[in-house]
Design a binder for this molecule. Structure first.
Ligand SMILES: [Zn+2]
Ligand SMILES: [Zn+2]
Length: 764
C-alpha cells in the first residue's frame, strides 16, 4: 500500500547532519519526497510503501546522527499523494513555530582528526578543519536559521572544492556551515606582545613555533573556540609563577590541558567514567583527584587535592599539543576577575602585559563562552560551570512553561534563563555581575538568546537583593512584563527540583554564601518545606553579625572572631589558637565596636561563613583571595578516615540551629593537640549529621521523605558524599544537582520554575 506522511522533527536537529541522514535513510527505504529545515525543526514529507514509511520513522527515532537530539516527532497522515519523482533536500522554509535549537560547540571528531593528520588530505594540518559532526556552533552564530550567512564564517567565501562538499548530500560536510580549507578559510597568526609578526623559519609551522615558545617558558595567548586562553608549560614552575603574578591571580587553581588521557593519569586518578567525561564531545574541564606522587608545581593549584584537566577540543589544540608530553596550563584569557577576552583588538589591549606572544586567527567569535567545569558524583556527571559545549542546549523540564519567562539570575557566577514549553534555555556562564564589561555581556547575552529562540518574555523573575545588577536590570525593563521577585534560597531548591525533574512538596536544604532573605537579613543556612510555588522556612542557622559586610567575606578571620566570641566570650583573645595568634588586636577592637553598635554588620545565617570561620580557626585561611577559598582549602585538608562528628544544638522549637557547642568542641580539640585535618573532618561530618537530623524532624512532622540539596556549599564533595550517605541510610530519597550548577549559576532556572508555578496558580 502506498501512503504519504508529513513529519515535523523537533529537538537539536539543525547543523548536526540531520537532513543528509534523512536523505540517505529515505533512499535506502526507496521512499520519495523531501526534507527541509524550518524555524521549528526539520520538516519531512515522505511517500511510498506504507510499511517502509513506518520503518523509516522508527529509524529516525532509534539512530539519529551522533549530535542530534530528537525530542519529538509530530506526524500528519491521510494526505493525498504528491507523486514525488525522487527524494530531495530542499532549501530552508521560513514557516513554523520559531524554536529550532542551535547546537552547542562540539569538539573535533575522530574523522576530522584522521584527515588532519593524513598527508594526502587536502586539509592536512589545517587548524580549522570541521564537519557536520564537529566544530564551532553557538560561539559563531549571529542569528537563526542556522546557516553560513548568519555565522562569523560569512567572512570567508568557500572555494570550489569546499562548495562541492557543502552541496553534496552524501558528503560529511553537507551543509557544514563552518566548513573551510587552507585555500579559503581562516588563518593563524603569531605575534609578539607588541603586535609584531613572528618570523618563521623555512618550512616551520605557526603551531610548531608556538609549541617551542611554550616549551621555553613563554606565556602564549591562544585564541580558542569561546575566547582566549593564557597558556604555559604546567611543569615550568617559573612560568606558572610569572603567569600568576601578571594575571593578579594568587591562588585560584589553573585549568590544565593534556594531549591524552594517559598524560592526565600521570597526575590524577582517572576512573572509566571520568575518562568518558574527559573524552565526550562537550569536553569540559573535569575535576579529578590528584595523585599523591604527582610531580607538578604547587602553584598550579595551591593546597588542593584536585586538578582540573581537559583534553584538546579544537584542531588548533591538537596541533599545539601534537608532540607535547606534558600538560599545559590553559587558563582563561583575562586579568583577575574580568570576563575572558574574545576579540582580537581587545585581547591585544588587555592581555599584552600578561602574554609574551599571541597565537590568533581571523575567525571571529560572536559569543564569548568559557570552558565548562564538571566532575563525577555517584558515578554521574555533575556540572559546576555550564558554558562551552553545553549552552545553549535547553534544560528540559518535567512541567510546561505556560508563559514565556525571563529569569535574571543572581550576582555571582550569573546565568540567565529564558523559558517556554518544556525548555529552559539556561545561558552559558556569564560571570560575576560586578563590572561594566560583564554587565554588557549579560545584556547582550539576553538579547542574543531572545533572538535565537524567538522569545518575547511576558514574565520576568529576579532575585530579592535590591543591589544586584541583575535585579536592577529586571526592574528597569519596561515592556509591560509582569515582574516576580524570588527568594534566593527558594530558587536554589527549585533549581535542584527542576534539574531532577521532580515536583510537589519536599524538604529543601539550601546552603551557600549569602542570599537576600525574606526578612531582609542575609540567609545561607536554610531548611525549607518547599514546592515550586512556596518555601516555608522550617529551620536555619542562628544569626550572627557579618562585620564589614563584603569585607567579612574576603577576611574569614572576622567570622572566626565573631563565632569565637559567641562561643567562648571576650576571653577568646587569650586562647592559644592559630586564628587568635594571627589576629590583629586593634582590628578586632574596631570590629567589636561595629558589632555592638550594629554599624555595617548585617545579620546572617550563612553556612558558607561558618565554613570560613572554621577554616580560619584551624589556621587554614585568614584572608581569602578567591571566592570560597577558605572552605575549599578546609575541605581539601579533611581527613577521609575520620568517622567522628561534632553535634549542633537545635534551640527552641528546633527551628534555630545553635553553633556554640560545635565551636567550643573544635576549640577544645585544637587546644588538646588534635590535628586540624581531624577537626576539619569532624566539622564536615557535623554538618552532614545536622542535615540528617533536621530532615528526620521534618519527615516526622510533615510526612515528607524527599530531600533536595542545593547551594554552593554542596560543591564540597566531602560534605555532599557524607550527607547523601546519611540521608540514604535513613530512607530518604535525595536529589542533588546534575545538569545545572548547585551554586548561583543554577539560580535562574529555579527563578523561572517558581515564576511559572505562580503564573499557573493565578498569582501573577
Ligand atoms: Zn568532524
Ligand atoms: Zn576551501
Amino acid at each position: 500500500m502506498t501512503g504519504r506522511v508529513q513529519l515535523l522533527v523537533r529537538g537539536i536537529v539543525q547543523g548536526v547532519g540531520f537532513r543528509p541522514f534523512v536523505f540517505s535513510l529515505a533512499r535506502r527505504k526507496s521512499l520519495k519526497g523531501e526534507v527541509c529545515n524550518n524555524a521549528a525543526g526539520v520538516l519531512i514529507d515522505v511517500e511510498g510503501d506504507a510499511e517502509a514509511i513506518e520503518q523509516f520513522i522508527d529509524e529516525l527515532r532509534a539512530s539519529p546522527p551522533p549530535l542530534a537530539r530528537v525530542e519529538s516527532i509530530r506526524r500528519a497522515d491521510d494526505l493525498s499523494l504528491a507523486h514525488y519523482s525522487d527524494f530531495r533536500i530542499v532549501g530552508s522554509s521560513a514557516g513554523g513555530e520559531q524554536i529550532a535549537s542551535v547546537s552547542a560547540d562540539v569538539a573535533t571528531c575522530a574523522d576530522c582528526l584522521r584527515e588532519m593528520f593524513h598527508p594526502q588530505d587536502r586539509r592536512y594540518r589545517y587548524p580549522f578543519i570541521n564537519c557536520t559532526n564537529c566544530g564551532p556552533r553557538f560561539t559563531i552564530v549571529e542569528a537563526v536559521p542556522y546557516d553560513r550567512a548568519r555565522t562569523t564564517m560569512r567572512d570567508f567565501e568557500m572555494c570550489a572544492a569546499c562548495r562541492a562538499e557543502y552541496e553534496n548530500p552524501l558528503d560529511r560536510r553537507f551543509h557544514a556551515e563552518p566548513a573551510a580549507c587552507p585555500r579559503c578559510g581562516p588563518r593563524l597568526t603569531l605575534t609578539d606582545a607588541d603586535g609584531g609578526a613572528v618570523e618563521l623559519d623555512a618550512g616551520e609551522e605557526v603551531t610548531g613555533r608556538a609549541r617551542l615558545l611554550l616549551a621555553s617558558g613563554k606565556i602564549v595567548a591562544v585564541k580558542g573556540i569561546g575566547g582566549f586562553h593564557l597558556a604555559c608549560d604546567a611543569l615550568d614552575g617559573e612560568a606558572v609563577a610569572r603567569l600568576r603574578q601578571r594575571k593578579y591571580r594568587e591562588d585560584k587553581p589553573f585549568a590544565l590541558m593534556a594531549k591524552t588521557v594517559e598524560i592526565v593519569r600521570e597526575y590524577c586518578l582517572v576512573s572509566a567514567a571520568e575518562e568518558a567525561l574527559l573524552n565526550c564531545a562537550r569536553r569540559p574541564v573535569v575535576l579529578l583527584e590528584k595523585r599523591s606522587d604527582a610531580r607538578l608545581p604547587e602553584a598550579v593549584a595551591p593546597r588542593l587535592r584536585t586538578l582540573g584537566f581537559m583534553l584538546p577540543y579544537s584542531p588548533l589544540h591538537h596541533l599545539i599539543l601534537e608532540t607535547f608530553d606534558r600538560p599545559l596550563v590553559m587558563t582563561s584569557g583575562n586579568v583577575s576577575d574580568e570576563p575572558v577576552s574574545y576579540e582580537d583588538a581587545e585581547a591585544g589591549r588587555r592581555l599584552n602585559k600578561i602574554a609574551d606572544y599571541f597565537l590568533s586567527h581571523d575567525r571571529r567569535i560572536h559569543v564569548r563562552a568559557d570552558d565548562s567545569v564538571a566532575r563525577l558524583h555517584d558515578g554521574r556527571e555533575m556540572i559546576l560551570r555550564r558554558a562551552r559545549g553545553y549552552a545553549p542546549a535547553p534544560v528540559s523540564t518535567s512541567f510546561n512553561f505556560t508563559r514565556e519567562i525571563l529569569a535574571c539570575g543572581a550576582e555571582l557566577k550569573n546565568t540567565f534563563c529564558l523559558a517556554r514549553d518544556r525548555h529552559a534555555f539556561l545561558s552559558h556562564h556569564i560571570g560575576d555581575l560586578e563590572n561594566l564589561e560583564t554587565l554588557r555581556s549579560y545584556e547582550h547575552g539576553i538579547e542574543h538568546y531572545r533572538r535565537l529562540f524567538h522569545l518575547r518574555p511576558e514574565v520576568v523573575a529576579y532575585d530579592l537583593h535590591p543591589e544586584y545588577l541583575s535585579t536592577k536590570y529586571a526592574l528597569a525593563l519596561d515592556g509591560g512584563e509582569a515582574k516576580v521577585g524570588v527568594q534566593h534560597h527558594h530558587a536554589h531548591v527549585a533549581s535542584c527540583m527542576a534539574d531532577n525533574r521532580v515536583e510537589g512538596e519536599l524538604i529543601g536544604v539550601a546552603l551557600d554564601g549569602l542570599g537576600f532573605g525574606a526578612d531582609g537579613s542575609l540567609w545561607g543556612g536554610e531548611f525549607f518545606v518547599a514546592d515550586f510555588r512556596d518555601a516555608e522556612r522550617v529551620a536555619h542557622l542562628d544569626y550572627v553579625p557579618l562585620p564589614g559586610g563584603a569585607q567579612a567575606i574576603r577576611e574569614p578571620w572576622r567570622m572566626a572572631a565573631v563565632y569565637l566570641q559567641r562561643a567562648v566570650g571576650d576571653e577568646f583573645v587569650e586562647l592559644d589558637l592559630p586564628s587568635v595568634r594571627n589576629m590583629d588586636r586593634r582590628a578586632w577592637a574596631t570590629l567589636r565596636r561595629m558589632i555592638e553598635t550594629g554599624t555595617n554588620s548585617p545579620q546572617t545565617s550563612s553556612m558558607g561563613r561558618l565554613f570560613d570561620a572554621v577554616s580560619s580557626l584551624l589556621g587554614v585561611r585568614h584572608v581569602a583571595n578567591y571566592e570560597g577559598q577558605a572552605a575549599i582549602e578546609l575541605e581539601a585538608m579533611a581527613d577521609p578516615a575520620c568517622a567522628d562528628h561534632y553535634e549542633f544544638e537545635p534551640a527552641g522549637d528546633g527551628s534555630m540551629i545553635k553553633t556554640e557547642a560545635v565551636i567550643r568542641r573544635a576549640v577544645t580539640d585544637l587546644l588538646d593537640g588534635v590535628p586540624p585535618p581531624i577537626v576539619s573532618a569532624k566539622f564536615h561530618l557535623g554538618v552532614a549529621h545536622l542535615i540528617a537530623t533536621v530532615a528526620r524532624r521534618v519527615r516526622d512532622e510533615r510526612r515528607l521523605r524527599r530531600v533536595a540539596l542545593s547551594g554552593g556549599v554542596f560543591q564540597n564533595m566531602f560534605l555532599l558524599r557524607h550527607t547523601c550517605a546519611l540521608l540514604g541510610a535513613d530512607g530518604f530519597e535525595v536529589f542533588t544537582h546534575r545538569r545545572v550548577p548547585a551554586n548561583d549559576g543554577g539560580i535562574s532556572l529555579g527563578q523561572a520554575a517558581i515564576a511559572n508555578a505562580r503564573v499557573a496558580a493565578g498569582r501573577i
